[in-house]
Design a protein around this ligand. Structure first.
Ligand SMILES: [Zn+2]
Ligand SMILES: [Zn+2]
Length: 360
């Protein structure tokens, strides 16, 4: 059987809509009919050909798309806990389900893991159907009250923000968070922090994005274009003023030297930084930081990669009860044919919030 899919044929050229082989389930895998799949900046990085510096470049011929929700249509011979007709979320960071990391709840960093939509062995979900390996470990059953679009909005971006703040930085009620870059993951972080009783300073150069940040829960906003560049001005000074001495937790949602530096410099003593944005062709995987000064102030620096599949159960009940509302971050529903245009719009940061493919 064949299906429609959006294929990366040349870096930087529009994705091509092609007829490809429909996946068959491995003995431990399932096939999911995709109802919704978010379009993420990681797709944009893959489309640009980024990641070669970290052995992480998506190959030509790859079906992209890594934020799917859908219905199980076929299960492998060894799969028992999932059946046809189940609705599931699929994390992008697929664990093998058997190694030490997976068994200890860290499947997002499984050494044998696959990145859905980035590796040839894991074709993505800008397609009518997607295969999920080690499905009993990776596929997450959805409660009835959580829709496919909401699940696609969970992401990677929303769950990455949740993992960053809750599990890596341990953000607590009453603390201050500074978020640099208010795209999909930044807005997700703001909504989550607000729901958990933290205060947020949102930083972005776009008025529209700052307005949206305020709508979803930011307490204060900073626009770097309205600040000077001297030592007594700039983003860290503005954040320290807004937070009474610096944020407890900082997030760089963009992955640029300037924003990473601004984020860590905006922290108070013993602050915790979460690095969520991956670098582009300017930094090529490396950013220099004032490490001596970070030692003096005992700053923690946390890398973040998605969220372990085993921790979705912390988020889904909150979404079902409306405590968290990822669906509110969805700004546009589009068709498979539109993905190429929406990726192109990301080049100049022209997209807002989270855009989701719902028509395959
Ligand atoms: Zn593993
Ligand atoms: Zn993503």
């Amino acid at each position: 059987m064949r299906m429609r899919a959006a294929v990366l044929t040349e870096y930087g050229e529009p994705l091509s809509i092609e007829s490809v082989e429909r996946p068959e389930p491995d003995p431990d895998g399932i096939v999911v009919e995709v109802d919704a799949c978010g379009i993420c900046r990681s797709d944009w990085h893959a489309w640009q050909g980024h990641g070669e510096w970290a052995d992480d470049q998506a190959p030509l011929g790859q079906v992209l798309g890594h934020e799917p929700a859908g219905e199980v249509v076929e299960v492998g011979s060894r799969v028992e806990r999932i059946t046809e007709g189940d609705r599931v979320a699929v994390p992008f960071n697929l664990g093998d389900g058997t190694c030490r990391e997976c068994l200890n709840g860290h499947g997002n960093v499984c050494p044998e893991g696959l990145a859905l939509g980035f590796k040839p062995d894991a074709p993505g979900a800008f397609a009518e159907y997607v295969h999920v390996p080690a499905a009993e470990y990776n596929a997450v059953p959805l409660p009835d009250g959580v829709s496919a679009v909401e699940t696609a909005a969970l992401g990677c971006r929303y769950v990455t923000a949740f993992h960053a703040l809750r599990h890596r930085a341990g953000l607590e009620a009453g603390e201050w968070l500074v978020v640099i870059g208010c795209g999909g993951v930044g807005l997700s972080a703001i909504q989550i922090a607000d729901a958990f009783g933290a205060n947020v300073v949102a930083v972005d150069i776009s008025d529209e994005k700052l307005e949206r940040a305020t709508e979803v829960g930011a307490t204060a906003t900073v626009d770097p274009t309205e600040l000077g560049n001297g030592a007594e001005e700039g983003v860290p000074v503005a954040v320290r003023a807004a937070t009474g001495g610096g944020a407890h937790v900082s997030m760089d949602a963009l992955g640029r030297e300037e924003t990473c530096w601004q984020a860590t410099e905006s922290l108070r003593r013993r602050g915790r930084h979460v690095q969520v944005g991956l670098t582009g062709s300017d930094e090529r995987g490396s950013i220099s930081l004032p490490t001596d000064e970070m030692c003096h102030r005992e700053i923690d620096f946390h890398g973040v990669r998605g969220m372990p599949p085993t921790r979705y159960e912390e988020i889904l009940p909150l979404v079902e009860r409306g405590r968290l509302d990822p669906g509110r971050l969805v700004t546009r529903e589009v068709a498979l044919e539109d993905v190429a245009d929406r990726l192109a719009a990301m080049t100049d940061y022209e997209t807002a919030g989270i855009e989701v493919v719902t028509d395959f």
